[in-house]
Design a protein around this ligand. Structure first.
Ligand code: OSB
Ligand code: MG
Length: 369
C-alpha cells in the first residue's frame, strides 16, 4: 500500500451551541484533517479528536501536531504498510498519544478500503446497514432549556438521551427530568467528577432506572469503579479510563464496568477499537461508540465502526446538524427515526465538501514520500 503523500490541514469550526461538561465548556472545535494519497489517485481521510486543552485526556491539538509531524508521519514515510493494522504496530514504540495515532491510522484505513473499492464498514467486518443513534446533551443553563433540548431530541427520533452531570447538578436534576419523561432511555455521564466519598449519593441514581452511568470516578481509575459497581445496580460504563484492549481486560477482571464506550481516538485507532469490540462481544460486554464532537470525517469513521455486531447500544453519533451549521462532508450525516443509513460507497462513504473544508482551514502542509 505505497503512500505517495500526506496532507495535513488545520481546521477550526464553531459549534452551533457551546458544549458544557463537568470539566468546562467548548465552543470552537480545532482539529486536523489528514489526507493519505496513493500512486493510483486514491485519497484516504482521517480526523483528529483531541481538544485545545487537556481536560478530557492529556492530549491537545498542539500535542497532536507535534506527534504527527515529528514522529508519526516520519514513521509512515520510512516503512512499508500492507494493511492498516500495521500502522498500530509501527506506532507501538511511541507511548500513548492515541488520538494523534488514530487520526493518521484512520486516513490509512479509508485509503485501504478505497483501494479495495469496498466500504470502510465492510473493511472492518461490519454488517449493519443502519445504526441506532443517541444524543449527548451538555449541561444546560436552566432546567427549562434542558427539558426543551430533550423534547427536541426525542422529536428528532434519537434512541437514547445522555445527560451530562456534575456535583450539584445530578440526582435532583435527573429526578426532575424523570418526572417529565418517565419512560425514555436516559443515561448520565459524570466525566470523572466524583470520588468514592460520593458513594451514598451515587447510590440514589438506582431509583431512576438509568441505562447506565458513564465514568463517574477518576479519569484513570478502574479500582474505585469496581468498588462502586459492587454496590450500585445502575450499570457503570467506562469512557476516560479505557485506552487499550489491555485496559478493557483488566476492567473486566475487576468488575469495574458492565458497558464500554469505545472511542476510536482514545484507543489509538480503528484496529484497536475493533479488537476491543471483538473481546467485548466474546465476553458479553455491551459496547457503544462514543463521540468527540467530530466533524464529518471523524463521524464517518464512527459510523463505520458501529456497524460491527457488538455495538448493541445507540452511540453518540448524532447527525451533522446537531453540531454544525455546515459540515465538511457531502452528503451530511442525517438521522432519521433515530437511525443513520450506512453509506455503501468505497471508504468512509462520504465525499469531502472542499468548499466548506477550505473555508475553515487555517493552514495546510504536504509531506511527499
Ligand atoms: O465524555 O463522551 C464524553 C464530548 C466531549 C468530550 C467528552 C465527551 C463528549 C460527549 C459528546 O459526550 C459526544 C458527541 O456528541 O460527540
Ligand atoms: Mg463520556
Amino acid at each position: 500500500m505505497p503512500i505517495k503523500q500526506i496532507t495535513l490541514r488545520k481546521v477550526k469550526m464553531r459549534l452551533k451551541n457551546p458544549f458544557s461538561t463537568s470539566f468546562g465548556t467548548l465552543q470552537d472545535k480545532e482539529f486536523y484533517i489528514i489526507e493519505a494519497i496513493d500512486y493510483d489517485g486514491n485519497h484516504g481521510y482521517g480526523e483528529s479528536v483531541a481538544f485545545t486543552a487537556p481536560w478530557y485526556t492529556e492530549e491537545t491539538t498542539q500535542t497532536t501536531v507535534h506527534m504527527l509531524e515529528d514522529f508519526l508521519i516520519p514513521i509512515l514515510k520510512e516503512n512499508v504498510i500492507n494493511h492498516p493494522d500495521d500502522v498500530f504496530e509501527l506506532f507501538k514504540p511511541i507511548r500513548r498519544n492515541n488520538m494523534a495515532k488514530a487520526a493518521i491510522e484512520g486516513a490509512v484505513w479509508d485509503l485501504y478500503a478505497k483501494r479495495q473499492n469496498i466500504s470502510l464498514a465492510c473493511a472492518l467486518g461490519g454488517e449493519k446497514k443502519q445504526i441506532d443513534v443517541g444524543i449527548s446533551i451538555g449541561i444546560q443553563p436552566t432546567m427549562k432549556e434542558l427539558i426543551h433540548k430533550i423534547e427536541h431530541s426525542l422529536e428528532e427520533g434519537y434512541k437514547r438521551i445522555k445527560l451530562k452531570i456534575k456535583p450539584g447538578l445530578d440526582v435532583e436534576l435527573l429526578r426532575e427530568v424523570r418526572m417529565y419523561f418517565p419512560n425514555i432511555p436516559i443515561m448520565a455521564d459524570g466525566n470523572s467528577a466524583y470520588s468514592l466519598e460520593d458513594i451514598q449519593h451515587l447510590k440514589k441514581l438506582d431509583d431512576l432506572h438509568l441505562m447506565m452511568i458513564e465514568q463517574p470516578l477518576g479519569h484513570d481509575d478502574i479500582v474505585d469503579h469496581a468498588k462502586l459497581q459492587a454496590v450500585i445496580k445502575t450499570p457503570i460504563c467506562l469512557d476516560e479510563s479505557i485506552h487499550s484492549l489491555e485496559d478493557v481486560k483488566k476492567a473486566h477482571e475487576l468488575g469495574s464496568s458492565k458497558i464500554i464506550n469505545i472511542k476510536i481516538g482514545r484507543v489509538g485507532g480503528l484496529s484497536e477499537a475493533k479488537r476491543i469490540h471483538d473481546f467485548c462481544y466474546e465476553y458479553g460486554i455491551e459496547v457503544w461508540c462514543g463521540g468527540m464532537l467530530e466533524a464529518g470525517v471523524g463521524r464517518a469513521h464512527n459510523i463505520a465502526l458501529t456497524t460491527l455486531q457488538g455495538f448493541v447500544l445507540p452511540g453518540d453519533t448524532a447527525g451533522s446538524s446537531n453540531y454544525w451549521y455546515e459540515d465538511i462532508i457531502k452528503p451530511e450525516v442525517i438521522v432519521e427515526d433515530g437511525m443513520i443509513q450506512v453509506p455503501d460507497k468505497a471508504g468512509i462513504g462520504y465525499e469531502i465538501n472542499f468548499k466548506v473544508l477550505d473555508k475553515y482551514t487555517e493552514w495546510a502542509k504536504e509531506y511527499h514520500f
